[in-house]
Design a protein around this ligand. Structure first.
Ligand SMILES: *Cc1c(COP(=O)(O)O)cnc(C)c1O
Length: 232
């Protein structure tokens, strides 16, 4: 039976191999361990194997885990990667280090107002709906710069980059097209805002292509923690 430590090492190995294939340094790509639905004990196990960044999708569940672990594991970096209703922004502002799914001025403004002054600015990524599917969250590419302008004017937020969940497909050409478009958007954003350094794209099934197209952070859940017991 494999352990969380084994599976983490395997994920790091996949990242290193993908980086090597496109002549990038593996240090440029961070692994975000997505621990949604998984118990605190699993996070501790991953921590003990060296993992420091964890991603959560459900804000109450995430806040609960952060509270449970913050005293003994203060160097964990917590990333919120799920959809967020505007009436729950305070939980993200008060607990998380990163927020990947900002897609509206109003959400950014609320996070800014609710960020406690004793905490470092909240690191923010703009979620792009690259496939322009109506059912998906995120903004169309054309709205990126106006939203970036808003975020960068807010003192308790730091604009760090883009996040996207491309179409789940086995069509490599479509996958490449979407990732390439994201890479170009990222380059545009980076040129306009010096704090931008993060392109959050790539999951278990599209990790290699994401890394080839410049991803700096890949989000992996079940390949590390095993299948989820429930999904929302
Ligand atoms: C759940 C989730 C992941 C990880 O998915 P796995 O299939 O468990 O690897 C990555 N990104 C986001 C936004 C997610 O919600």
């Amino acid at each position: 039976m494999t352990t969380i430590a084994d599976r983490l090492a395997a994920a790091q190995h996949r990242i290193a191999q993908a980086a090597q294939k496109c002549a990038r340094s593996p240090e440029q790509i961070r692994l975000l361990a997505v621990s949604k639905t998984k118990p605190v004990a699993d996070i501790i196990e991953a921590y003990q194997a060296g993992q420091r960044c964890f991603g959560e999708n459900y804000v109450q569940e995430g806040a609960f885990k952060i509270n449970a672990l913050k005293h003994d594991y203060p160097d964990i970096e917590w990333h919120f990667i799920g959809p967020l209703q505007s009436n729950k922004t305070n939980l993200v502002a008060q607990h998380f280090d990163w927020m990947h799914t900002v897609a509206r001025d109003k959400i950014a403004q609320r996070l800014n107002e609710q960020r406690p002054s004793g905490m470092a600015p909240l690191n923010v990524c703009i979620q792009i709906n690259i496939s322009d599917e109506a059912t998906k969250s995120g903004i169309p590419a054309a709205q990126m710069l106006p939203l970036a302008q808003c975020i960068s004017s807010l003192p308790h937020l730091t604009l760090r980059g883009l996040m996207a969940i491309p179409t789940a497909t086995t069509d490599c050409a479509l996958q490449l097209q979407e990732f390439t478009e994201l890479q170009q958007l990222f380059a545009t954003l980076k040129q306009a805002y010096p704090t931008v350094d993060t392109l959050s794209m790539g999951m278990s099934n599209d990790l290699d292509m994401a890394i080839t197209c410049g991803s700096t952070l890949v989000r992996i859940g079940s390949a590390i923690f095993g299948e989820r017991d429930y999904s929302i």
